[in-house]
Design a protein around this ligand. Structure first.
Ligand SMILES: Cc1ncc(COP(=O)(O)O)c(C=O)c1O
Length: 414
């Protein structure tokens, strides 16, 4: 196995780590909250300064007038998603954007919602409440396709469920628990026109997307994970141009054609681009850091980021097999890189305690019930040496059996 030192020496992205504020220790939680980069801090400060110096004029004046900030963020995000800036709206939260897609595209002709059994809870809550709003019931109209005994989703089982029902499906690009990456192009092509809204929270910024080329209908995701936009950062949604003429299900005045918004008309004149899916006044301080962080991601280039991510997850899997298997640690993340997102998930009955013990030793993974420990290297700021240190620390904890004596964790999902 190539050593961490050799891999770090050959890493052409290594220099990017200096652009981030790294806390002491080893941070492997960039798939929950990405770290602050200096560029994001600068664009946030710029917005604060504009507020100080320009007050209301900040909407239309200054280096990045707030009125155009969401579209500027969309322009910077589009290369990571493989689409046109006009296909993307940056704003709201992830959950609100899913509500927007459901409210806009499910319609009466699609009485069902299909989701996968590995869904992030908010996706199900949003789907169920959307069904109730139109007189449906989750019992009758929500179809949940369960994972296989190895915890992974079988695309060949998902496809017929989605294809055979008049539904809008909500599926993950990368499953937040297992790290499994679905073949979005294949699934989209195989479901014969059924709409799928892809939750790309765990792929945007670490896995390249080709939404336009792959014919993806709808997608949405977080701004605070691999996009490094900061806690509660503005989220995003994508709508294929062939679907864009729909009126938003959740309309608001910031979805107006920007040239007409201040006519204050009684009639809603929607923007021609995906900006029509904005709702109210953008959260400027939650958008501003994304301008800086997306510039850094684009400087690095998503294909180089993915290449390093694949190498790092491979490295973690190989190390874990060598050092952790004998301690009862399992690996649920697929070994095939084409089926693997940006994080690696280990299983162990004491995963919650192990997560705590790791944190006490300066390694920050996270725990997901009931028994999963996620390690997420972020290619822009995580080194191979840090991946090695994390596995070494975990092996040390397991070897001296100290985890058996740890108190039960009371802060499970941290
Ligand atoms: C897959 C996935 N979807 C949705 C969300 C939640 O989105 P938000 O709380 O930003 O609305 C998360 C948050 O971790 C997530 O991991």
């Amino acid at each position: 196995m190539t050593t961490a030192a050799a891999l770090d020496a050959a890493d052409d992205l290594a220099g990017f780590a200096a652009e981030f504020a790294k806390p002491p220790g080893v941070y492997l939680d960039g798939n929950s909250l990405g770290l602050l980069c200096h560029a994001a801090e600068a664009t946030l400060r710029e917005a604060v300064e504009a507020w100080r110096a320009l007050a209301i004029r900040g909407w239309t004046e200054g280096s990045t007038p707030w009125f155009g900030m969401a579209r500027e963020a969309a322009a910077r995000l589009a290369p990571l998603l493989g689409c046109d800036p006009a296909d993307v709206m940056v704003g709201n939260s992830t959950t609100v954007n899913l509500h927007q897609l459901l409210a806009t595209f499910r319609g009466l002709e699609r009485p069902f919602v299909v989701i996968d059994g590995t869904h992030f809870p908010t996706d199900r809550y949003a789907a169920e409440s959307n069904l109730r709003l139109s007189g449906g019931t989750p019992d009758e109209h929500l179809v949940v396709v369960p994972p296989e005994p190895d915890r992974l989703l079988d695309e060949d089982r998902l496809i017929p469920e989605v294809a055979e029902l008049p539904c809008l499906a909500v599926l993950p690009s990368v499953v937040y628990t297992t790290g499994q990456l679905l073949d979005m192009k294949r699934v989209t092509g195989a479901v014969g026109g059924t709409l799928i809204a892809w939750d790309c929270s765990h792929s945007a910024g670490v896995v390249p997307h080709r939404f336009r080329e792959d014919g993806i209908d709808l997608a949405f995701g977080c701004g605070y994970k691999y996009l490094n936009g900061g806690p509660g950062a503005a989220a995003w949604l994508y709508v294929h141009p062939r679907l864009r003429d729909r009126l938003p299900g959740l309309a608001g005045w910031f979805g107006c054609d920007p040239a007409r918004q201040f006519e204050m008309a009684a009639t809603f004149h929607p923007a021609a681009d995906a900006g029509r899916f904005q709702i109210g006044t953008p959260h400027v301080f939650s958008l501003a850091p994304l301008l800086g962080s997306l510039a850094v991601l684009n400087d690095a280039g998503i294909d180089r980021i993915r290449a390093k991510s694949v190498a790092q997850t491979r490295f973690l899997i190989d190390l874990a097999r060598e050092r952790l298997g004998r301690h009862g640690v399992g690996i649920v993340t697929p070994a095939d890189p084409a089926r693997r997102g940006g994080h690696v998930t280990f299983t162990h009955p004491d995963a919650a305690k192990l997560s705590r013990a790791l944190r006490a030793r300066g390694v920050v993974p996270d725990f997901r019930p009931p028994d999963m420990l996620r390690f997420a290297p972020a290619p822009l700021y995580t080194s191979f040496a840090e991946c090695q240190a994390a596995v070494d620390t975990l092996a040390g904890i397991l070897a001296d059996d100290a985890h058996h004596r740890l108190p039960d964790a009371d802060d499970l999902v941290t």
